[in-house]
Design a binder for this molecule. Structure first.
Ligand SMILES: NC(=O)c1ccc[n+]([C@@H]2O[C@H](COP(=O)([O-])OP(=O)(O)OC[C@H]3O[C@@H](n4cnc5c(N)ncnc54)[C@H](O)[C@@H]3O)[C@@H](O)[C@H]2O)c1
Ligand SMILES: O[C@H]1[C@H](O)[C@@H](O)[C@H](O)[C@@H](O)[C@H]1O
Length: 337
C-alpha cells in the first residue's frame, strides 16, 4: 500500500519534505495540504505538481478521511493541536520538532497516544538517522570504547539574526543535542547547569553567546555541550565520546582537501540546511517503511519529544538561575519501553 500523506504547514521544511517524499523517497504520496497561508499551500501543490487537495485547516484535512498519515510542519505553537487531532482520528503523525512547545503539551500527546494503545507519532529528530551518529551509537552499543564516561560536543552556527534570543540557544539549537545524546548513550538526564563564557562581540546586545551546558546523566556520564551561534567560520557540529577503553568522534563532513597559496585545507559548510540532508531522507523513509511493514513508526517517539521539552525547560531555568537544576521525567509509560 502507498501511504497517503497530508501536509500541515507548507513553509520551508514542509516544502522540503514534500519535495523529498515526491522526488527521492518511495512508498508514499502527498494527497492533501493545508497552511494558514492558503496561497502557500496552493503554491506547494503547483510547484511540486502534486495530485493533492488543498484544505482550509488541519481539522478538515484530517477529517476528510483521505489520509493515512499527517506531516506536521507548521510553526511550533500549532503542532500540539494537529498532533492531538491526528491521534484522535487514528492517523500516523510525523511531527517536526518541537512536538509541543511545553512539557505539559507533550505529556498530553503522550497520554493521548497511550490511550490509543499503539504508537502513531514520530518526532523529526533527524540526527539519529545521520550515518556519523549511527556509527558512534554502534561503537557505544558494541562496547568498542567500553563504558562511555564523558561527551564533549559543540553546536556552532556562523551567525543568527536579531530575533534569536538567549533561550533559543536551548529550545532551537541545543534541542538537537538534547535528543541525540540520551539516545546515543541509552541513558536519561539527571541534571543540567549553564555557564556563560566571555561574550563574543558578534552577538546582538540581548543575546548571551556562547553558552556552555553541562548535562549529567542518571548513569553519571558528564556532557559538556558548547553552543556558539555567532562563531563566524562555519556550521560545525562536533561530538566526541570518551569511554573506558577509547574515544570515538563524529566524522567531519566529507570535503576535498586543497593545496593552494601555501595552505593545505578543507572546506567547512556555512548553512545548517546542508549538514543533515541524508538524515532527513532516511528519517522520512523509515517513517514510511516502518508503518507499511509493521504498522508502527520506529523512530523518535512522543516520549522522546517529551524528554526534549522537559530537559529544554530545565536548561532555560538553569540559564536564569546559574545553578545546577534537576531533570524530573516521571515514569515512562510501557508503550515506550
Ligand atoms: N528538524 C529540523 O532540523 C528542522 C529544521 C527546520 C525547521 N524545523 C521545524 O519545523 C517547523 C517549521 O519550520 P519552518 O522553518 O518550515 O518554518 P516556516 O515559517 O518556513 O513555515 C511554517 C509554515 O507553517 C504555516 N502555519 C503556521 N501555523 C499553521 C497552522 N496552524 N496550520 C497550518 N499551517 C500553519 C505558516 O504559514 C508557514 O507556511 C518548526 O517547528 C521548526 O522548528 C525543524
Ligand atoms: O533552527 C535551526 C536548526 O535547528 C539548526 O539545526 C540549528 O543549528 C540552528 O541553531 C537552529 O536555529
Amino acid at each position: 500500500m502507498t501511504l497517503k500523506i497530508g501536509v500541515i504547514g507548507t513553509g520551508a521544511i514542509g516544502r522540503e519534505h514534500i519535495r523529498r517524499i515526491t522526488n527521492n523517497l518511495s512508498g508514499a504520496t502527498i494527497v492533501a495540504v493545508t497552511d494558514v497561508n492558503a496561497e502557500a499551500a496552493k503554491a506547494a501543490v503547483d510547484n511540486y505538481k502534486l495530485n493533492a487537495q488543498v484544505f482550509p485547516d488541519d481539522k478538515t484535512l484530517i477529517e476528510s478521511g483521505g489520509v493515512d498519515a499527517i506531516l506536521v510542519t507548521s510553526w511550533g505553537p500549532a503542532h500540539q493541536q494537529s498532533v492531538m487531532a491526528g491521534i484522535e482520528a487514528g492517523k500516523y503523525v510525523f511531527c517536526e520538532k518541537p512536538l509541543a512547545t511545553t512539557a505539559q503539551g507533550c505529556m498530553e500527546i503522550v497520554q493521548a497516544e497511550v490511550r490509543h494503545g499503539k504508537k502513531l507519532v514520530q518526532v523529526g529528530f533527524m540526527r539519529r538517522y545521520d550515518q556519523g551518529y549511527q556509527q558512534l551509537k554502534h561503537a557505544i552499543d558494541s562496547k568498542f570504547i567500553g563504558e562511555p564516561l564523558m561527551i564533549r560536543c559543540a553546536h556552532r552556527n556562523p551567525e543568527v539574526d536579531d530575533k534569536y534570543t538567549t533561550d533559543m540557544a536551548i529550545t532551537d539549537t541545543l534541542v538537537h543535542e538534547i535528543d541525540v545524546l540520551h539516545w546515543l548513550v541509552n541513558d536519561d538526564y539527571k541534571s543540567v547547569q549553564v555557564a556563560y563564557p566571555k561574550k563574543t562581540r558578534h552577538a546582538s546586545s540581548h543575546l548571551r553567546d556562547p553558552q556552555v551546558v553541562t548535562l549529567e546523566t542518571q548513569g553519571g556520564i558528564l556532557i559538556n555541550a558548547e553552543i556558539f551561534v555567532n562563531c563566524k567560520y562555519g556550521y560545525d557540529i562536533q561530538c566526541e565520546v570518551i569511554g573506558e577503553e577509547g574515544v570515538v568522534k563524529l566524522p567531519e563532513v566529507p570535503s576535498i582537501t586543497f593545496r593552494k597559496e601555501a595552505q593545505l585545507g578543507t572546506h567547512i559548510l556555512m548553512d545548517w540546511k546542508q549538514r543533515f540532508l541524508d538524515a532527513y531522507d532516511r528519517e522520512l523513509q523509515d517513517f514510511i517503511d516502518s508503518i507499511r511493514l509493521s504498522g508502527e513508526p520506529q523512530g523518535p517517539t512522543s516520549w522522546d519529544g517529551y524528554i526534549a521539552a522537559v530537559t529544554a525547560d530545565v536548561c532555560v531555568r538553569a540559564q536564569e538561575s546559574g545553578r545546577q537544576e534537576s531533570v524530573e521525567l516521571g515514569e515512562k509509560p510501557t508503550l515506550y519501553k
